[in-house]
Design a protein around this ligand. Structure first.
Ligand code: T6T
Length: 329
């Protein structure tokens, strides 16, 4: 055999021996299910983060976004994801901090590892709290976000007057935390501000608009509104504009949608709290990969922070990059 032929043979054998290993490595990559709360710009941006991380790592993600918010919609989708039998991890935003414990425990019992993003189960303390099975909670410190919103609104109304909260659902860790932080600051730091109440719009912007309009009619000297998420803030701002009170009744908006930014530019909204949904999705996929690779020291809680957007900084690219940019919008 010539030297050259021997070399070709050896190289071919070497290459062939590597192929099965490559296939195994590919097969060993975790497969992830992504189940957010509802179709909205916040979760659409989170999906971009999930997809970006998955592409970087070469792993497959199965995404299903519930059309409406709620345990009754999210649970059957989760059950179907578990029943597929091919998912190693589920990244999800539980739509109720108590009622989703059972369905997610069932996923864990079926051998799936769970990471919660944006919302948490129980009290969110996955080390010492009542629920410890999720790998991690990755999301905003929503109580702190509520405090920031309260101080922003209080300042906008000169530290005195009546304010109202429009929110989505009770028992959801994110919006519940926002209202709690807001109420805490108003009670402790602003004795001349009265919180006249809270309504739950069940993730309907239309309902949020109607509810806010009713409060504006009932409380003619209302000074401000805190909208705790996309739908709440959108509805609150719309009602204020419809009543001809834009700029008079101040609105603080949680979630940096295009609509919230338009209302900020129009003078209806005084402050927008941008969360970092891209980071939440991206990090969750990275955490799943790290866990699959045997990393055991992943933090059980990761706070992704905020960008606080006002009319003074909305055009600063370092701030504007946190406005929720959804493809096609
Ligand atoms: O505000 C976000 C999210 O953080 C919350 O948990 C649910 O509502 C949104 O998705 C906005 O609609």
């Amino acid at each position: 055999m010539s030297k050259r032929l021997a070399l070709v043979l050896v190289s071919t054998l070497l290459l062939l021996s590597l192929v099965p290993f490559a296939a195994t490595a590919q097969d060993d990559l975790p497969k992830i299910g992504f189940l957010p709360g509802v179709v909205d710009p916040f979760y659409q941006v989170m999906q971009l983060g999930v997809e970006k991380a998955a592409a970087s790592l070469g792993i497959e993600v199965v995404t299903q976004i519930p059309p409406t918010w709620g345990v009754e919609v999210q649970t059957p989708i989760l059950d179907a994801m578990v029943a597929r039998g091919d998912l190693d991890y589920i990244i999800t935003a539980p739509t109720d901090k108590d009622q989703m414990i059972g369905p997610l425990q069932a996923a864990v019992d079926a051998g799936i590892r769970v990471i919660t993003v944006d919302t948490f189960l129980g009290d969110g303390d996955y080390v010492n709290g009542p629920v410890t099975f999720p790998i991690s909670y990755i999301g905003s410190d929503n109580v702190e976000g509520g405090r920031i919103a309260a101080r922003g609104l209080a300042e906008a109304i000169g530290g005195t007057g009546k304010v109202y909260i429009n929110s989505t659902n009770p028992n959801v860790s994110s919006v519940e935390g926002r209202a709690a932080g807001f109420n805490e600051v108003m009670a402790n730091e602003y004795p001349n501000i009265e919180v006249v109440g809270i309504d739950f719009n069940l993730d309907s912007q239309e309902t949020a608009t109607t509810q806010t309009a009713a409060v504006l009619a009932r409380v003619p000297d209302l000074a401000g509104v805190f909208g705790t998420n996309v739908f709440s803030a959108g509805g609150a701002g719309t009602a204020v504009v419809n009543a001809g009170l834009g700029g008079e009744v101040q609105v603080v908006a949680y979630d940096a949608t295009q609509q919230a930014i338009e209302m900020l530019r129009a003078g209806t909204v005084t402050m927008v709290l941008a969360q970092k949904p891209f980071d939440m999705g991206y990090l969750a996929v990275q955490f799943a990969m790290a866990d699959a690779d045997g990393v055991t020291s992943l933090p059980r809680r990761v706070e992704t922070g905020f960008a606080i957007i006002t009319i003074d900084n909305v055009d600063d690219p370092e701030v504007a990059r946190f406005i929720y940019q959804v493809p096609g919008s």
